[in-house]
Design a protein around this ligand. Structure first.
Ligand code: GDP
Length: 372
């Protein structure tokens, strides 16, 4: 990689700008150096052509940056995605931030079905964050896309910041750039724009966005969690997996020994239990295919990549093989079988059930208290 030779930084991703090596990070044609805001060619293309240029931020670098936060006196804003809570929560964040307060900002609430009680969601998030070892001074529900919850967010940041810098941390694709852009619009005079794309790993270095006074909002690169399905499929499938509209719960009345396929990406087997309903919360763009458990293996072997899509046949080999996770839903408990990056299946455990969830190897699959 060629070193930055201009001393300038891209206002899209924060990388040092260079004018020499076209294929390397931070390239800006000499003639374009005067442009304001100055963006590197990668950000420019991503913005204008939504083109994925695969540069993955170095995770050691990310942890080094995050580790530095503990040495500062600052407010930490951790952004998570409500549709992918466990996949986007930074495990061990508490260790990195030291004694700095953490505001947990839960983004993409526009994806929840209409009519969901926000207090219930907030309480659920608070409880889950605590279970995961994260102490928060506040939990806020927002939609960076729609601008929902931003007034409250701005007030909360002011109240807890007390003149200090604000560090924004989050996994890739949680909507960090979208949110920071709104914050810039609300907070700062700076004429900069952070690059937003649906491809993970867009922000590459710390971006300092001056606030009105001495302090800055500091955007950190997104951490890439390969435990999310969204990091395991070729990028062109993301639009079919990550919902862009509110999720419509899809209920299935199942008998034991029935199976649901989610494209060729995941599979849910109702192994044992009385007739009952299971509700799927996945992207409306994803086709759910129902079959008998006894036929499921053969169906996958013969039709994955065709009847069962995404991904298409030619991309199946890029997907790690499905592995099985067994869960026992106790009678009287409401739980989600959650597949990181894909969504979840809610079991109304009135009478109990044994279920198997098959997901690509390495993708996080857990049973948790029902979100909705
Ligand atoms: P980053 O990787 O965390 O910086 O995420 P981006 O800001 O680039 O956003 C990633 C994807 O999530 C893009 O497709 C955004 O349009 C989408 N996104 C961001 N915020 C929201 C939101 O509030 N709601 C929904 N539905 N999508 C969002």
């Amino acid at each position: 990689m060629s070193a930055a030779n201009t001393g300038l930084k891209c206002s899209g991703c924060g990388v040092g700008v260079q004018t020499e090596e076209k294929a390397a990070l931070g390239y800006v044609p000499k003639a374009a150096l005067e442009r304001k805001p100055l963006v590197c060619q990668r950000c420019f293309r991503m913005k204008h052509y939504n083109e994925a240029l695969s540069v993955t931020p170095n995770q050691n670098e990310f942890l080094r940056l995050l580790g530095g936060v503990g040495d500062t006196d600052s407010l930490v804003v951790h952004i998570v995605d409500i549709f992918d809570f466990e996949g986007s929560l930074i495990g061990g964040l508490q260790r990195f931030v030291g004694s700095n307060p953490v505001v947990l900002v839960v983004n993409k609430i526009d994806l929840l079905p209409p009519g969901v009680n926000p207090n219930r969601i907030r309480n659920w998030v608070q409880r889950r964050a605590k279970e995961e070892g994260l102490r928060t001074v506040e939990v806020l529900l927002v939609s960076a896309k729609r601008g929902t919850g931003f007034e409250r967010l701005a007030e909360t940041l002011e109240a807890h910041r007390r003149g200090r810098d604000v560090y924004i941390v989050g996994a890739t694709n949680v909507g960090k750039s979208t949110l920071v852009n709104r914050l810039i619009a609300d907070y700062s005079d700076l004429d900069a724009e952070v690059t937003v794309s649906s491809y993970p790993g867009t922000t590459l270095d710390l971006i300092h966005i001056p606030l009105d006074d001495e302090a800055s909002v500091i955007d950190t690169p997104g951490i890439v969690y390969e435990t999310r399905l969204t990091e395991r499929v070729p990028k062109r499938y993301l639009e079919g997996i990550v919902p862009s509209r509110p999720v419509k719960p899809a209920s299935y009345q199942l008998d034991a020994e029935q199976t649901l396929f989610f494209g060729a990406l995941a599979r849910f087997d109702f192994v044992e239990g009385a007739h009952q309903s299971f509700t799927c919360y996945v992207s409306p763009a994803l086709t759910i295919h129902r079959t008998k458990l006894a036929k499921a293996d053969a169906l996958y072997a013969e039709h994955a990549g065709e009847l069962l899509q995404p991904p298409a046949k030619e991309d199946l080999s890029a997907l790690p093989p499905l592995t099985r996770h067994r869960f026992r839903v106790k009678p009287g408990t409401d739980v989600d079988l959650y597949i990181a990056g894909l969504g979840w299946i809610r079991a109304n455990g009135t009478s109990g059930a044994t279920v198997d969830v098959h997901a690509p190897k390495g993708v996080k699959v857990i049973m948790r208290d029902a979100l909705i």
